[in-house]
Design a protein around this ligand. Structure first.
Ligand SMILES: O=C(O)[C@@H](CO)OP(=O)(O)O
Length: 252
């Protein structure tokens, strides 16, 4: 096997309240469900069982990712890990779709438009008004972000562009320093990172989905290229089933 000096673990948050309700979530700061809490703890157990013990944690600024990391690390007795958080790891801002039912949206706008908004690389949903009940524009946690970069909607391309500076400036230095890095984030911010790591094309990334709560381990070579393309889920069977479920959201 090729030399793999660096270890990166990606962890999507456990099931959230709005995952359970099948609502577009984006930057809305919903909590985990009980099932999500269990998924998070199991994620920690999977890390422990695999002997993959992170040295440092990076999270988004959103409760569901922060709590997932805490619950997972608690199981692995790693509550003490140093942590950095950034809006750059946040879920994709879903614009005017935030708070909307996925099934209703599919029925109202049709399959093509629904999938364009949900999975196309460069078509963002319409922007969300700043005074909308689901807007985070005035949220204190984003007060240090100049208004021109505070999103009102995002496509995946936008997420790649705002996530990569954090990858290069914050995560890569930890990897090069020899740390096993845990990134606790979201379906679409992790799709953006996987797209970068695996060099997935703009077209193919539409078909890639990330399940909740199952650690995805990337062993990286000296140039930070994955030794195993796509990485390795620590519970591959559960991951395969959960990926199908994410793919089919809106259809049940
Ligand atoms: O609603 C969202 O924010 C995301 C993740 O839950 O959904 P989707 O998988 O449809 O991009």
């Amino acid at each position: 096997m090729a030399d793999a000096p660096y270890k990166l673990v990606l962890l999507r948050h456990g099931e959230s309240e709005w995952n359970a309700k099948n609502l577009f979530t984006g930057w809305v700061d919903v909590d985990l469900t009980e099932k999500g809490e269990k998924e998070a703890a199991r994620g920690g157990q999977l890390l422990l069982d695999a002997g993959v013990l992170p040295d440092v944690l990076h999270t988004s600024l959103q409760r569901r990712a922060i709590r997932t990391a805490q619950l997972a690390l608690d199981v692995a007795d790693l509550n003490w890990l140093p942590v950095r958080r950034s809006w750059r790891l946040n879920e994709r801002h879903y614009g005017a779709l935030q708070g909307k039912d996925k099934k209703q949206t599919l029925e109202e706008f049709g399959e093509e438009q629904f999938m364009l908004w949900r999975r196309s690389y460069d078509t963002p949903p319409p922007p969300l008004a700043d005074d909308d009940e689901y807007s985070q524009f005035a949220d204190r946690r984003y007060a240090s972000l100049p208004v021109e970069i505070r999103p009102r909607t995002e496509c995946l391309k936008d997420v790649v562009e705002r996530m990569l500076p954090y990858w290069y400036d914050a995560i890569v230095p930890d990897l090069f320093g020899g740390d096993t890095v845990l990134v606790a984030a979201h379906g679409n911010s992790l799709r953006a990172l996987v797209k970068h790591l695996d060099g997935v094309s703009d077209a193919d990334i539409a078909g890639l989905n990330i399940p909740t709560g199952i650690p995805l381990l990337y062993e990286l070579d000296a140039d930070l290229r994955p030794v195993t393309p796509g990485g390795r889920y620590l519970d591959p069977e559960a991951a395969a089933a959960a990926i199908e479920a994410v793919k089919n959201q809106g259809r049940k």
